[in-house]
Each structure stands twice: as structure tokens, then as C-alpha cells.
Ligand binder design. Structure first.
Ligand code: RRO
Length: 306
């Protein structure tokens, strides 16, 4: 038996612990991703990258809200051709799985980006089909089961690596999308991306973000994300990665009990610091010991036992 109680398997990936860097928080550079790996993350997800470079939106792109952050970065990225060499270099430096988040404006584009990322050394791809505020990609794809299926099928044909689907909470029934993703061969589901939100400046009497609307992350969305994980776990067998407002070990354990096999941490790094990974892992381990569990895998979905 594996003697590390925190180790877990997820969509064919071996993780030394169930905490994962969420997409979008620390960008692309090897140095910042290495810093998170050294802080104790069990895997790393990059910021989303597409086929061609994108500038993103002008400032302001982030505004603080009660219990979180509202962002509308607008998918700034260097494009996969430019980023491929950084993926290869990052792989020579970090020892935890590297998951490359990708987006596209069509199924063909998603597939092409997935292929290039895989050739560059990605251990898995996470499909961003849930960015709440960029037109013709993100949630415009992920809110439509037919389009979502096409994208996943083409990506699965383009890569032999695990394909993870990041779902949007901005939908009536997230379980329907989770089922569509599962039918098309998704290896894991990340639940959830940010919640559509807005902030207004009373002085200027205008929205604060240059894009007007953005996505809310952080503790304010934790109960929404937790409910999404709970609902999906009831109906779908595909492994789930919980994401949304996880800042403490108690948050992480709640997501595991709801049915997540791993958790992603994002805003807590921005609002606190990367050491949050160590604190969360230490807390999970102490909890497992206290409750006499040998492995983190034993508590996945335990809240469903009645
Ligand atoms: O870049 C963004 O503005 C962004 C993305 Br791609 C996403 O998936 N979720 C989000 O809140 N912001």
C-alpha cells in the first residue's frame, strides 16, 4: 500500500496530494509555476492558451468584492506556438504533473492547441469551456451540450493525454453538461469556473471593469461550487476536481466529502500566499488521522452515504 495518505490518482495522473493550482492565477512562466510546485501543490494548471496570441482587456481587469475578486482579464495569452517551448522548459524543472489549460473558437482550434500542448510535454489538458466573458469561446461553448460534445470528441482524437473539462456555474443545470462531457469521453471534470458578476463605482456611476462584466472567484462562491460538485457526483462517475473559494483545509475536506477527488486553489493564493498549499495539505492529513482514514481517497463522496 502507498504510505503517503495524501496521494491520489486522477484521470490517470498520479498526484502526491490532492491540491492543484487553478488556471489563471499565476500565468505561464516557468518561475511562477515552479514556485507553486515548491510551495506544495500536487499539480499545476497553466493560464488558458489559444491558437493565436491575444492582448486581453485594458485595465481595470480585477476588482475586489466582499469575499472575493471579480476579474475580466480577457484571456491574455501568447498563443500556443510561442508558449510550447515554455511548456517543454517547465517540464524539465517541475516534478508534479503539468496541466495546460486551452481554449479555442471552434472544435478544430481546441484540437490543434491540445495537439501542440501535448507534443510540447503537457501531462494533461484542461478545456476552458467556461470563461464567462469572452465572446465565441468559453461558456458560449460550455453552455451548449452539442458544441461541448464536438469539442471534446475532436480534442480526444488529437491527444492521448487525459482531457479535463472545466465547467461553468452560469447555467441552469450543470449536471446536464457534466453528463454530456462524460458521454464524449471526458477523463475528469473541474467544477467550477467563475460566477458572472459586476461591480459599479458610485462616484463615476459606471461599471468598474473595462469589460463591464467579469467573473467572481473566492470564498463568496464556495457554497455554489460545493453544490455543483455534490450534484455532479450524484449522477456522474467521471472524477471531479472541485474549484471555487477553497482557502482552508476545512474547505478542501468539504469538497472531498462532496465528491471531488482533488481541489484547485486560485484566489486564496492572490489573497494570501502560495504557502496555502502546505497549510491545506497539513490540515487534510491531520483530519484523515483523526478520523482514522488511511487515504484521502477513502473520504471522496462520503457526504453522500445517506
Ligand atoms: O481571462 C479571463 O478573463 C478569465 C478566464 Br480565461 C476564465 O476562464 N475565467 C475568468 O474568470 N477569467
Amino acid at each position: 500500500m502507498n504510505s503517503n495518505p495524501l496521494s491520489t490518482r486522477l484521470a490517470g495522473l498520479e498526484l502526491k496530494n490532492p491540491t492543484v493550482l487553478a488556471s489563471g492565477i499565476l500565468g505561464y512562466s516557468t518561475e511562477s509555476l515552479q514556485r507553486i510546485a515548491e510551495a506544495g501543490a500536487g499539480a499545476i494548471v497553466t493560464k488558458s492558451v489559444g491558437l493565436t496570441p491575444r492582448m486581453g482587456y485594458p485595465n481595470p481587469t480585477v476588482v475586489q468584492a466582499n469575499g472575493g475578486l471579480i476579474n475580466a482579464m480577457g484571456l491574455p495569452n501568447p498563443g500556443i506556438v510561442e508558449y510550447a517551448s515554455e511548456i517543454s522548459f517547465t517540464k524539465t524543472v517541475i516534478t508534479v504533473p503539468l496541466i495546460v489549460s486551452i481554449y479555442g473558437y471552434s472544435a478544430e482550434e481546441y484540437a490543434e492547441v491540445a495537439k501542440t500542448a501535448t507534443e510540447a510535454g503537457a501531462d494533461a489538458v484542461e478545456l476552458n469551456v467556461s470563461c464567462p466573458h469572452v465572446k465565441k469561446t468559453g461558456s458560449e461553448i460550455g453552455q451548449n451540450p452539442m458544441l461541448l460534445k464536438q469539442v471534446i470528441r475532436q480534442v480526444k482524437a488529437a491527444t492521448s493525454k487525459p482531457v479535463i473539462i472545466k465547467l461553468s456555474p452560469n447555467i441552469t443545470d450543470i449536471v446536464e453538461l457534466a453528463q454530456a462531457a462524460t458521454k464524449s469521453g471526458a477523463d475528469a471534470l473541474t467544477a467550477v469556473n467563475t460566477v458572472r458578476a459586476i461591480a459599479i463605482d458610485t462616484e463615476t456611476a459606471l461599471p468598474i471593469l473595462s469589460n463591464t462584466r467579469g467573473g467572481l472567484s473566492g470564498p463568496a462562491i464556495k457554497p455554489i461550487a460545493l453544490c455543483a460538485v455534490y450534484d455532479i457526483y450524484e449522477k456522474v462517475k467521471t472524477p471531479i476536481i472541485g474549484c471555487g473559494g477553497i482557502a482552508t483545509w476545512q474547505d478542501a475536506v468539504e469538497f472531498l466529502l462532496a465528491g471531488a477527488s482533488a481541489v484547485q486553489i486560485g484566489t486564496a493564493i492572490a489573497l494570501r500566499d502560495p504557502m496555502v498549499f502546505q497549510a491545506i495539505n497539513h490540515g487534510i492529513q491531520t483530519y484523515l488521522k483523526k478520523k482514522k482514514h488511511r487515504s484521502v481517497q477513502e473520504i471522496v463522496g462520503q457526504a453522500h452515504r445517506n
